[in-house]
Ligand binder design. Structure first.
Ligand SMILES: [Zn+2]
Ligand SMILES: [Zn+2]
Length: 733
């Protein structure tokens, strides 16, 4: 310290001031002095109070509002990784402004966890493997997984994660190949030359597909395309051809998917179509080291295809030339805590910022995107035919539950259809979006219900381990044998969840092989992948599952889909519930009858004449969307208005309501052209002993809403003992 203070004046003048983003929940950057050359995007370690923290240099400035003597010095400039690009910093600044979330946490949370530590990085790359004997044909036929590994490595070395993504047994097969002298571990540097793109062009495009590809590839600038294609219309084939075109031009492609579960099979698929092209995935299921490795492979421009969930929208991609958002309507693109961004919307901004095309694909576009296509902001590309000419759309029909013989929530008609499928050794799927055995346990004597003592919700019965569980706060109790209130022994499960449907079917079809797929049965990391392999090998007769089964999985033997418990969405308080239900049912219906087998879908409902089911029976998304848009226009809901939701949560009811009341008064006082609603309880008014309430603001344009939010200054309203958040374009109410 003494030696630094003695530095000659000349050295002092070389000090510059930099503004740094720190992970501190304040809407500001922090000024520091630095005596080395630094560039924006570089990571530094700085003192803050008594702590030391990692920060990212955002800009250099000539002067600071902080008195000269009080500006502290950067402790250390980290040179262990490439600085963030100016483009990415701009994207993050945009997100911080638009979502009214502090810049520091926005920037820091975009970094892979390993880069958020103030310890210098010890670079440990993901282990890679390369081929040392290339003769896949001499491997025994039954070693199909080993053969696939060898074929994959023949193109270029791959990481362990990439190989493991091939199959659940790939790890073991790799070990065997290593022992037998087929492969060896190797070091990977990020500077490998880009190999020529080999494109396995397996299919001829239909006219519609070709037109879609041409429309996107001919645009040399920003353009947002909504690819609206029914299930089975070959959206993925359009993606693959678009990717090929961009890869030939040397560009990188970012493909966003809604779910981690979908990435391994897509990774395998894209590998098979582009065997030479380095591809990485980015999602929260990776280890910290893998994530850093994949992130850096994207950052150096080595990985040409990046496949990821919402967080990958912030990946560094120097040669980015195309973004694809698959299943763009899916609500999991929206982050529900911290920076509450919509990865789809950020992706659209990123594409416009870089001047590149973006494709939003869906069979059931969100009303927001659909509306944007109607008013010409997005270009609509339609795929209305199925790619395989002989594949037919499934026949959708309703079973009126008020006029049917029902057993524990399953109609006789559906039972007969399942029996028929078993006799033909085809698969059936029962879709019910509720896990557990029954959503509530009830006393038939006094009417006691299994309410959670911490939440304004019920505890779900899990009969397999005889527990009551709250799905909101995680509270778990042993299942009572008699009523806790009156002592009566007649406790009754009310309603059905996946476990109850499973045991009902087991009793009815004792010889059938039944597989339940929900959050409970797939808790282990690889269990879902193993289940999928079983389904593909036709080792399952009946599948019972939640929305996990609805998403993007291709089950060739599946010819019957039964839908249970759909009606609850029809009387939900959430105005988006019916939009979501339609998308979900369309998606789950699309699972039936893909591989040249006609499929049927039976929906159990008390409202068979509801327009939602009528449109679904005709596979008419356009009519449904038009209907919903008319409703929204009349009611003054999005996409015709823009919303922001202020939420508060705390132990004391009066704290919560006082805070929101003050925020509301401040909003009204501004006299902006926004609509300020009343303070109301959240849909789950109490969770884990915390009272929850919210305040909705609505405006006729984004611009007005953003101006209002800047003027509102809610940070200045005291919020003692509260957890508050501002949600722009909220999806949950
Ligand atoms: Zn009772
Ligand atoms: Zn609870």
């Amino acid at each position: 310290m003494a030696r630094q203070a003695l530095k000659p004046a000349g050295g002092e003048s070389q000090m510059s001031i930099v503004r740094i983003a720190l992970d501190v929940p304040i809407h500001t950057l922090f000024d520091y002095m630095v005596d080395e050359a630094v560039v924006p995007g570089q990571r530094v370690v700085v003192p803050l109070g008594r702590r030391q923290m990692i920060g990212v240099v955002m800009e250099s400035v000539v002067s600071s509002d902080v008195p000269h003597g009080r500006i502290r010095k950067v402790l250390c400039v980290l040179n262990d990784s490439e600085p963030l690009s100016v483009g990415l910093l701009e994207l993050l600044k945009f997100c911080s402004d638009y979502y009214h979330y502090p810049i520091g946490p926005t920037v820091i949370s975009a970094l892979p966890t390993r880069l958020r530590s103030d310890k210098p990085l010890v670079v440990r790359r993901d282990i890679h493997y390369r081929l040392i004997r290339d003769a896949a044909d001499s491997l025994p036929r039954r070693k199909s997984v080993a053969r696939r590994i060898v074929e994959m490595l023949a193109a270029h070395p791959c990481s362990l994660a990439q190989i493991k993504a091939l199959s659940a047994t790939a790890g073991a097969q790799l070990k065997w190949l290593e022992q037998e002298g087929w492969v060896e571990q190797c070091e990977m540097s990020g500077e490998l030359p880009t190999p020529a793109v080999q494109f396995v062009n397996a299919h001829r495009l239909t006219m519609e597909q070709q037109q879609a590809v041409d429309a996107v590839t001919q645009s040399s600038n920003y353009g947002c395309f909504l690819l609206h294609g029914i299930t089975g219309s070959g959206k993925t084939e359009v993606y693959v051809h678009l990717m090929n075109c961009m890869l030939q031009r040397g560009g990188q492609i970012l493909l966003l998917v809604p779910e981690i579960n979908l990435t391994p099979q897509l990774e395998g698929y894209f590998h098979s179509r582009f065997p030479d092209v380095p591809l990485v995935s980015l999602h929260s299921g990776l280890s910290e080291n893998q994530r850093l490795d994949h992130w850096q492979q994207a950052q150096t421009g080595y990985a040409h295809i990046v496949l990821g969930t919402r967080l990958s929208v912030f990946a560094e991609l120097p040669k980015l030339s195309l973004i694809i958002v698959d299943e763009e309507h899916d609500s999991s693109f929206k982050q529900q805590d911290g920076l509450r961004y919509s990865a789809r919307d950020v992706a659209v901004f990123r594409a416009s910022q870089r001047g590149i095309p973006i494709v939003l694909g869906s069979a059931t576009p969100s009303l927001e995107s659909y509306h944007n296509a109607q008013i010409g902001r997005y270009k609509l590309l339609k795929l209305s035919g199925r790619a395989k000419a002989d594949a037919r759309l499934p026949a959708v029909s309703c079973v009126n539950i008020n006029q049917s013989v029902m057993t524990e929530g399953v109609s006789e008609k559906l039972m007969r259809e399942i029996a028929l499928r078993i006799s033909r050794s085809e698969q059936s799927l029962l879709f019910i979006n509720r896990r557990g055995y029954a959503p509530v346990l009830m006393c038939t004597e006094c009417g006691w219900l299994s309410d959670c003592k911490n939440c304004a919700g019920r505890m779900v019965l899990h009969l397999a381990d005889r527990k009551l569980r709250c799905h909101h706060c995680g509270l778990q109790l042993n299942m009572p044998t008699s009523c806790p209130s009156c002592g009566h022994a007649g406790l009754h499960p009310v309603g059905s969840g996946t476990q109850r449907v499973e045991s009902l079917l087991q009793a009815r079809f004792p010889d059938a092989r039944i597989l339940r797929v929900d959050k409970d049965s797939t808790r282990n990391k690889r269990s879902w992948q193993k289940m999928r392999e079983k389904i593909h090998a036709n080792e399952v007769d009946i599948l019972v599952g939640t929305q996990m089964l609805a998403k993007g999985h291709d089950f060739p033997e599946l010819t019957l889909v039964g839908v249970l418990g759909a009606d609850s969405a029809l009387y939900s308080a959430d105005f988006r519930a019916s939009e979501k239900l339609f998308a979900q049912l369309m998606q789950v219906a699309g699972r039936a009858g893909r591989a040249d087998k006609a499929g049927s879908v039976l929906i159990q409902t008390a409202f068979p004449d509801h327009p939602l089911f009528r449109c679904l029976e005709r596979h008419d998304f356009d009519e449904w969307a038009t209907l919903l848009l008319d409703e929204r226009r009349m009611a003054g809901f999005p996409p015709f208005v823009f919303q922001a939701m202020l939420r508060a949560e705390g132990k004391s009811e009066s704290d919560v309501y006082t805070y929101l009341g003050k925020a509301r008064a401040a909003a009204i006082e501004l006299k902006c052209k926004v609509e300020v609603f009343g303070v109301v309880p959240a849909s789950l008014a109490r969770r884990a002993n915390h009272v929850r309430a919210q305040l909705l603001i609505q405006a006729g344009s984004r611009k007005i809403l953003q101006q209002f939010l800047r003027d509102w200054r809610i940070d200045e309203i005291p919020a003692p003992r509260l957890h508050c958040s501002l949600d722009i374009d909220p999806l949950e109410f």
